[in-house]
Every structure is written in structure tokens, then in C-alpha cells.
Design a protein around this ligand. Structure first.
Ligand code: F6P
Length: 362
């Protein structure tokens, strides 16, 4: 059996560990492995499809990014380039799979890639999924690879910002990624000791953030750190976007931190409010041990699923154990914070301001 591996969507720390483990186990289970470079671009003929052997995956465990390359613009159901219509792209994909004698695809990706896998499955193209996204918003699994590193990076940044915030008596706002889910913001906010954390799932009232800063002032703590998820929004408002969504592509979020800063300035606080946007730093760099370990377990299990002919499934973490979930099920369940999530309750309990009263939120 020949399987083709690709890393779809944006990169996430740990992808190389998953690729490495997949190739090791697949090779031992006598599968032939190839890879489509830059997401589906290889399979659509705009990039290469290359063989992948154990020698090709040596020395990559600790590296961020993906040795296969990633693309957020190679959805065969919504090709962006004008040289291919949607139907044509799917036909090209079918033809290439037949020419290359590929029996199944292994797609490491987030919600977008899993949605593609589900549609390909309906067309009879068999897929196995490996869940990766720093956002942690993919259903069907308790954890995706990549988020641990992103949270660590954001936590390191919050630690560093504390000292300068204090020295200048500033309100420092840290804008983190996560799209419409607040997992990175809340985890890093708790781990880094933020004073307020604003997440997309709980629209915020800026007056509560102002009160928190004033309360700290009265205690003689004349600086504050506010973590803002990029998808956070004020009550009655919408997300801040630098590019609106287009066919097959989600909106590009950005500006939530600056919006909050101007709201705080407007509230007449005696502090300068300044913004740090962490951006792609959260996706880059060396994966944490936890991400490497999870990705290795995911990659190894994905190879077992292929060798056993169990396509249509996404590997997943359920509690402490690695297993698998039907891809269609993973696509249906979006993982977002609920207002009564244990992390939300913990944040409130230790005095972190979430911008809304208990129980408020999506
Ligand atoms: O989904 C991962 C993610 O990093 C989001 O947190 C972020 O909104 C988005 O991708 C950024 O994507 P891009 O790098 O394509 O702009």
C-alpha cells in the first residue's frame, strides 16, 4: 500500500515529529510513503510529490515548521489561483492519485484540513487525519499538537512584559492567536499571571477592565497585564479583522489589542496602554517536549490506522490515551471555551478579570 502524507493549513510546532514517527512506523509496517509538498500543491501538480523514507526524516524531531512545507491556499474544493476551477482541482487530484498509485492520504491539519478530508472521504478518497493546530479548536480530540508550544511562547512573553510594565507603570496588552477560540489566551494568561484575559467566547465590557486596573492602582500595583485573544470582541461588537473572509478562506484576524488600547485610553486611565502582538512567533520555534511527544504518538498511531486499513478516522487524544475518532465527527464538534469551563472558573477564582460577569458568554 502506498500512502501520501501532507501537512495542510498553517504550520504548528510538532509537525515534524509527527511526520518522523509516521514514516518510522509506516515503513516498519511495509507501507510505501510519499509526501505532497506544500499541502495539496504537490498533488495538484504545482509542487512535487516526493518519496519519504526513514533517512529523509532523521534529525527533524526538534525542528519547528514542516519539512514538507505548508499551504493555506491549496484547498482542492476552493482553489485560489485562477488557473483551476473547483471541479477541475478535484479531478486533477483523482488523476494524480491514480498515476502515482496512491491508496490513501494522511492529512495533518486543523479544522479546515479535516473538513477537506471529510469531503474527500465522501468522494471515495480514503484519508487518515492527524490533528494539529495551535488554536486548540478542533473537535474530536482532547488536545492538538502545537498548542503547548504556542502557550509556552505566550507565557514567556507575558513574563518578560511584567518587568517593563512595572518599570513604566503601563498597562501592557498582549494580543495572542487562537482565532475564535480563547485557549491560548486563557492558558497563557493563567500561567503568566495576567490581570485580565479577554477571550472570543466571552464578549467584554471595557469598564470591567478599567475597574481592574484601578483596583490594582489602589493596592499600589501601578501596572497591569491584559491578554487579548485575537478573536475577542466587546459586548455588541464584532471581531477585528485585517482581511474579511473569502471563498474557502477564513477572515484574517488582527487589531483586537489596538482596539482595546484605544478603549482604555478613552476611559481616562492615568496609564499609557501599549500593545504587543505576538503573531507568528507563537507558531515558530522549537516545539516543547509535550508537543513532540504528542505529535510522535499521533504520527505513530496514524501509520497503524493506515496499515490496518482504518481510513476515515482522525487520531485523537482521549484523556491520557491515543485513539481515533471518525473524521466527520471531529469536523462537527468545534472546541471552544464554555463560560463554565473549569479554566474559566479557575481564572475567576484567582482574581483574573474576564471582562464580563460570571455566566456571560457564548
Ligand atoms: O490557525 C492557526 C493560526 O495561527 C491562527 O491562530 C491565526 O489566526 C491564523 O492561523 C493566522 O493564519 P495566517 O498565518 O495564514 O495568517
Amino acid at each position: 500500500m502506498r500512502v501520501c502524507l501532507l501537512t495542510g493549513g498553517g504550520d504548528a510546532p510538532g509537525l515534524n515529529a509527527a511526520v518522523r514517527a509516521f514514516v518510522h512506523v509506516a515503513t516498519r509496517r511495509s507501507l510505501l510513503v510519499c509526501a505532497s509538498r506544500f499541502g495539496f500543491e504537490g498533488l495538484l501538480g504545482r509542487e512535487q510529490v516526493v518519496p519519504l523514507r526513514i533517512d529523509d526524516v532523521r534529525g527533524i524531531l526538534h525542528r519547528g515548521g514542516s519539512i514538507l512545507g505548508c499551504s493555506t491556499q491549496s484547498n482542492p474544493f476552493a482553489p485560489r489561483s485562477s488557473d483551476m476551477l473547483p471541479g477541475e482541482a478535484v479531478e486533477t487530484l483523482r488523476r494524480r492519485l491514480a498515476e502515482l498509485a496512491i491508496d490513501g492520504l494522511v492529512l495533518a491539519g486543523g479544522d479546515g484540513t479535516m473538513a477537506i478530508a471529510a469531503r474527500l472521504g465522501e468522494l471515495g478518497i480514503q484519508c487518515v487525519g492527524i490533528p494539529k493546530t495551535i488554536d486548540g479548536d478542533l473537535g474530536g480530540t482532547d488536545r492538538t499538537c502545537g498548542i503547548d508550544t504556542a502557550v509556552q511562547t505566550a507565557t514567556n512573553a507575558i513574563d518578560a512584559l511584567h518587568t517593563t510594565a512595572e518599570a513604566h507603570r503601563r498597562v501592557l496588552i498582549v494580543e495572542v492567536m487562537g482565532r475564535n477560540a480563547g485557549w491560548i489566551a486563557l492558558r497563557a494568561g493563567i500561567a503568566g499571571g495576567a490581570d485580565a484575559v479577554l477571550v472570543p467566547e466571552i464578549p467584554y465590557d471595557v469598564a470591567r477592565v478599567v475597574d481592574k486596573v484601578r483596583e490594582r492602582d489602589e493596592l499600589g500595583l501601578r501596572f497591569s497585564i491584559v491578554v487579548v485573544g485575537e478573536g475577542a470582541m466587546p459586548t455588541g461588537g464584532g471581531t477585528s479583522e485585517v482581511e474579511h473572509s473569502q471563498a474557502g478562506q477564513p477572515a484574517r484576524l488582527g487589531g483586537a489589542g489596538e482596539r482595546l488600547a484605544s478603549e482604555l485610553r478613552g476611559a481616562g486611565l492615568p496609564h499609557e496602554a501599549r500593545v504587543t502582538v505576538l503573531g507568528h512567533l507563537q507558531r515558530g520555534g522549537t516545539p516543547t517536549a509535550a508537543d513532540r511527544l504528542l505529535a510522535t504518538r499521533f504520527g505513530a498511531h496514524a501509520a497503524e490506522l493506515c496499515a490496518d486499513g482504518r481510513f476515515g478516522r482522525m487520531v485523537s487524544l482521549q484523556g491520557d490515551g491515543v485513539g481515533s475518532t471518525p473524521i466527520a465527527e471531529a469536523c462537527r464538534a468545534v472546541a471552544r471555551l464554555s463560560p463554565d469551563h473549569e479554566l474559566v472558573r479557575c481564572a475567576r477564582a484567582i482574581g483574573i478579570e474576564l471582562g464580563a460577569a460570571q455566566g456571560a458568554g457564548a
